[in-house]
Design a binder for this molecule. Structure first.
Ligand SMILES: *Cc1c(COP(=O)(O)O)cnc(C)c1O
Length: 401
């Protein structure tokens, strides 16, 4: 006998929960790809993505997962043999760098600080030594979905400015857009990459790139451009070329709905919701950590992402706990990924279409599992989470009065 039956909770950091309204928007027959409605859907999504990226630059939609947008960003703005600097802080920037190597770019990795965000001083120092401007682009993630770290993008931009370096700044926001504040233009990010299936609440299969004037200027001389990813083809007037072929209609219907939902809620409210749910999660983990083997993966509180929390279980196999959560209680918690933590930790997603019962339910189930399996942990994590949420919400209420 289990208490699993009922609605299964997906609490992994991507794909995330797809809202019923998004699913409903996709549940319809295909339409003529040349129809006014299809054209309007594409054009309004391209426009509204600018509001989410916070840019006046150009936006592009690809029928591809996040890896596709990575390739689009690189091939549109760089040339074979160009040097790029990858800022390590987990797994994802490294994989982006691996893709760059295979495309024929010359990749250098700025070593990571263990369990920390990228160090802006180290970036400034490295760029200051690049007097002849060999480095053409700096590649970083805002949130690394393995380590659970968030980088300070304005501080990284400032480090580049302080070094007087004119490399393009390319930021992967796949695990942060629609979750945490991101200001492409105000932070002077040149190329931004995003995906549909995390904070944007759409099934996997779409990804997005935004490019500013500087990136579009570099694009003119880039020699790795291929027809499918090509910004120039997509900037033309012909709707068919906005997708370089048949529009991914149903994913676009879903995206249209999710953008409406985000803009209706308001970006500030969306990021505030993520902050409160992340704070509650961190309160629970801090409690569990007091008396046992569990601890937060990222050591500095200010460097912990609001879209997911990565927990280490030092010396303890995480598989039985994750199996308990899934098989007994119907909650799928994310496995830990990365060389030093794989199998010995887990990731709690609080990303996209999540609210208080989803996060409190997940935390309650994890705490149930810790207790049922006799894993040493500080008691009262769920209580700490509810108190964190209560304090934030009562403060919000009194501010509103
Ligand atoms: C999920 C993710 C990716 C990869 O996206 P796919 O859609 O799986 O290709 C890249 N970067 C970050 C930060 C991610 O979270």
């Amino acid at each position: 006998m289990t208490v699993r039956h009922g609605r299964e909770f997906l609490s992994i950091p991507g794909p995330t929960n797809v809202p019923d309204a998004v699913l409903a928007a996709m549940h319809r027959p295909a339409i003529d790809i040349y129809s006014g409605e299809m054209v309007d859907t594409t054009m309004s999504c391209l426009e509204d993505l600018k509001k989410i990226f916070r840019t006046d630059g150009n936006t592009y939609i690809y029928a591809a997962n996040g890896h596709g947008a990575w390739e689009a960003a690189l091939t549109n703005s760089l040339s074979r043999g160009d040097k790029v600097l990858v800022l390590a802080c987990g797994l994802f920037a490294i994989v982006w760098g691996d893709m760059a190597t295979k495309l024929g770019l010359d990749v250098e990795i700025l070593p990571e600080r263990s369990r920390r965000a990228v160090d802006p001083d180290a970036l400034r120092e490295r760029l200051a030594r690049d007097g002849d401007g060999a480095i053409k682009a700096v590649l970083t993630v805002q949130v690394d979905t393995a380590s659970g770290v968030v980088n300070d993008i304005p501080a990284l931009r400032k480090a580049m400015d302080d070094a007087g370096h004119d490399a393009l700044l390319m930021v992967d926001t796949i695990a942060s857009l629609g979750c945490m504040t991101f200001e492409m233009d105000a932070w002077r990010v040149d190329v931004t990459v995003a995906g549909s299936q995390k904070g944007l609440m759409v099934p996997p299969g779409l990804s997005f790139v935004a490019a500013n004037e500087r990136a579009l200027e570099r694009h003119k001389a880039a020699d790795m451009v291929t027809r499918y990813w090509d910004w120039t083809e997509r900037d033309g007037p012909e709707h068919y070329m906005k997708h370089c072929g048949t529009a991914p209609e149903h994913l676009l219907f879903g995206l249209r709905k999710s953008l409406d939902m985000i803009l209706d809620e308001g970006l500030e409210n969306v990021t505030r919701r993520h902050t409160l749910l992340a704070d509650a999660t961190r309160a629970a983990v801090a409690c569990w950590a007091q008396d046992g083997a569990l601890e937060m993966n990222i050591t500095e509180n200010a460097e912990r992402a609001n879209s997911l929390t990565t927990v280490r279980m030092n010396g303890i196999d995480a598989a039985p706990l994750l199996a308990f959560c899934k098989d007994e209680c119907g909650v799928i918690v994310g496995i830990a990924i990365g060389p030093d933590i794989s199998g010995k930790g887990f990731r709690i997603a609080h990303m996209g279409h999540t609210n208080a019962p989803m996060v409190l339910g997940t935390l309650g189930v994890i705490e149930t599992g810790l207790a049922a399996l006799g894993i040493a942990h500080g008691a009262g994590g769920l209580g700490a989470a509810t108190q964190s949420l209560a304090a934030a919400l009562s403060q919000q209420k009194s501010e509103a009065v």
